[in-house]
Ligand binder design. Structure first.
Ligand code: MRU
Length: 360
């Protein structure tokens, strides 16, 4: 598809199977556009952990390329040595962030790709196959985001006000986003939307990333503090809420950036439909409900010293969960690349994704 608007290049592989992962460093946006190169396992781990690359699908893609980076430099190893190293790499990357299931989905896909070649190829051939698999994960994401955009745009009409939280845009995926893909596609269909963006405390993914992506594409964008959403709804400025997701349990309970649950409660109180846009690899059908989703807790300094300035007394206790879980009952529909799941319940999810994300 040719776009008249600039596309985000969230991450790319540079070189052959001995290459490097290059990320657009999201901690520097929106003021600085700086590439960050990851040439070893620890730098990929650090980039994911510190949110240089973030957003569930982008974390998965970065981890897939991270495996390719991590198995470099062991040319002398025999096959057993190679698989031992692969195991170490997968475990290390899997310990970077706990909530987004796309990370574990991608690592598992990479590991099965290598396992299928065990005993039948050289370690160099396995590494070549791993790079092809990482490229395939990257390419699949591009397609899934386009399809999510198409399905989601049907729910929006010209002139609508919509609200989103955090960043589920190109920066959180390969290039086009999930929640923002819905807005981008609606715009390409000629629908004019007015998008309200929660700034998304404490790390401001809404202000720094979503507002940047939307304004880049000429979409009518209004930034608000998270605490203003209720008033915006009361004033009838928005007719729908669309967010992304980090992990969706088998019953539809959805983990997403902290503040999403509150937004869903507010939307219900104002009879505003609340949609979640996510590819099927964000579903974790091994978890019966959202109670089982691991919630990442991050450093207190993100709250007490946001962006370098101390804004709280030194010894205050801090609780900093990075995600929350929105119950399925508050979600009007799950917008996936395979279509809309609505109403959201265990049966509807099992019907659309019968054997899990990889069953086509
Ligand atoms: O901590 P982050 O910035 O990785 O959190 C990201 C989100 O919560 C996104 O909404 C989610 O990953 C969906 S991205 C398409």
């Amino acid at each position: 598809m040719s776009d008249v608007y600039p596309m985000v290049e969230t991450l790319r592989w540079s070189g052959d199977w001995n290459g490097e992962l290059v990320l657009l460093d999201q901690t520097r946006l929106p003021l600085e556009h700086v590439d960050h190169t990851c040439a070893d396992l620890e730098s990929v781990w650090e980039a994911i952990r510190s949110l240089r690359v973030r957003g569930a699908p982008a974390i998965g893609i970065a981890a897939a390329y991270g495996v390719c980076v991590g198995v470099q430099g062991i040319e002398d190893a025999d096959e057993d040595g190679f698989f031992l190293r692969l195991d170490t790499v997968v475990k290390r990357l899997g310990a970077s962030r706990p909530t987004a299931v796309n990370l574990f989905w991608a690592l598992q896909r990479m590991q099965s790709c290598a396992e299928q070649m065990r005993g039948s190829g050289s370690t160099i051939q396995i590494r070549q196959a791993l790079l092809e698999e990482a490229h395939a994960i990257h390419a699949d994401d591009r397609q899934m985001c386009r399809a999510i955009g198409t399905h989601g745009a049907e729910l929006l009409s010209d002139g609508m006000g919509v609200l989103t939280h955090c960043n589920a845009g190109g920066l959180a995926t390969s290039e086009y986003g999930t929640a923002l893909a819905v807005f981008f596609t609606a715009q390409e269909q000629g629908k004019q939307l007015k998008v309200y963006v929660d700034e998304t405390r404490p790390l401001l993914q809404g202000a720094r990333l979503t507002a940047w992506e939307l304004t880049q594409r000429g979409i009518d964008t209004t930034l608000i503090c998270d605490s203003m959403a209720a008033q915006v709804m009361r004033e009838e400025r928005v007719q729908a809420v669309v967010t992304g997701a980090d992990r969706i349990a088998a019953n539809g309970d959805t983990a997403n950036k902290i503040g999403t649950y509150g937004l869903a409660l507010l939307a219900a109180a104002h009879q505003i439909p609340f949609y979640v846009a996510a590819p099927t690899n964000t579903f974790d059908l091994t978890l019966s409900s959202g109670d089982d989703i691991p919630i990442e807790e991050r450093d207190a300094r993100e709250i007490t010293h946001g962006f370098g300035k101390q804004t709280a007394p030194s010894r205050v206790a801090v609780y900093n969960p990075a995600f929350d879980v929105t119950p399925a009952s508050l979600i009007h529909g799950l917008i996936t690349e395979r279509g809309l799941i609505a109403p959201v319940n265990r049966e509807a999810i099992a019907n659309l994704i019968p054997g899990g994300a990889d069953a086509r």
